[in-house]
Design a protein around this ligand. Sequence first.
Ligand SMILES: NC(=O)c1ccc[n+]([C@@H]2O[C@H](COP(=O)([O-])OP(=O)(O)OC[C@H]3O[C@@H](n4cnc5c(N)ncnc54)[C@H](O)[C@@H]3O)[C@@H](O)[C@H]2O)c1
Ligand SMILES: [Zn+2]
Length: 360
Amino acid sequence: MAKLSVNLGDRGYPIYIEPNFKRLGKACADARLSGKMLIVTDNNVQKYYCDDCVRELEGLCTEVSVHVIQAGEINKSLDTVRDIYRKLVELKADRKSVLVALGGGVTGDITGFAAATYMRGIPFIQIPTSLMAQADSSIGGKTGVDFEGCKNMVGAFYQPSLVYININALRTLPDRELKSGMAEVIKHGLIRDSDFYEYISSNIDKIYSFDENTLAYMTKMNCTIKGNVVEQDEREGGLRAILNFGHTIGHAIECVSGFTMLHGECVSVGMVGAYKLAHKMGMTDEDTVGRIEASLRKAGLPVKAQGMDADKVFDKMFSDKKVKDDKLNFVLPKGIGEVIYCTVEKEAPIREVLTELVGK
Ligand SMILES: NC(=O)c1ccc[n+]([C@@H]2O[C@H](COP(=O)([O-])OP(=O)(O)OC[C@H]3O[C@@H](n4cnc5c(N)ncnc54)[C@H](O)[C@@H]3O)[C@@H](O)[C@H]2O)c1
Ligand SMILES: [Zn+2]
């Protein structure tokens, strides 16, 4: 269907966008991956896609094993990583062995971290099955786990050897998870490409009915936008921070909700917040704020998080890692398709926006 690449010199890799798993074996052979393979997947994804992947990989004449983890962010922990190490030792995996992450962002982040650290690094591949993972987390090499209640506290930058996306895997994804992933897709348009934003807004019905051509185009654009940002700033020294658009407020809401709201839902509210703040600062007009809200609603995403305490959300933002010298840093929009990274000195407009968002 399509093959893209992330150009990072000797850490570069291909991204395959396919309608099934039939080219997985060939993709691995082309990447010269032929050692023992351990597929890490979660108990939801296993029942749908594990057998297909095992079949394709066994075609490489290699030993393929499977390790199933329990689904859920709560299991994105060092304990889960330890179990993967144990399994690798049991299999006598060596430095040519390959870890295969088959699943959503949780599986990808955990497996990537295990790959980054087992024997100081073994190859791994990403087979993302959620929209969040296909659009965002499988590309770019951020791996890691949560630690003592803090998200992504322990981790490593470690790029996969390839990313293989089967767009039809989205068909079994729970509806709420699909919509949550759509927030990151819309984010890509808003930060880098107004045409892509328009395309998504006009084709949301086709996406939600899994039209192959639409999904393939959307995936290609996601990977191009994310890949391009990563190519320019692999380790988040600057530009890569724009991918955090909507995340300063979004992450605080996620924590205050006690993780009852999904990540993408919180990012959706956070993006509305960023537009409202940009409007208050004279960077974006009111019509644009309304348009963004309408398109997020149309995609089935929330634009408010009612019933939360605005002060709590504000305090949580200050404990966030984006705070420098007691000032809050935001990625703010200049219209549609361009954002800038800036420090907001005054508390008042931020508090006003939060009150509008959480409705207190
Ligand atoms: N590394 C990065 O750059 C990056 C970027 C964004 C998010 N993340 C991380 O990704 C995680 C969120 O990812 P996620 O939303 O994919 O969560 P997830 O992995 O928990 O998947 C969501 C749910 O969908 C299920 N699922 C996945 N694919 C399925 C399919 N095709 N059919 C049926 N069920 C399926 C999973 O079992 C899970 O229950 C968070 O931990 C976040 O921190 C990482
Ligand atoms: Zn995100």
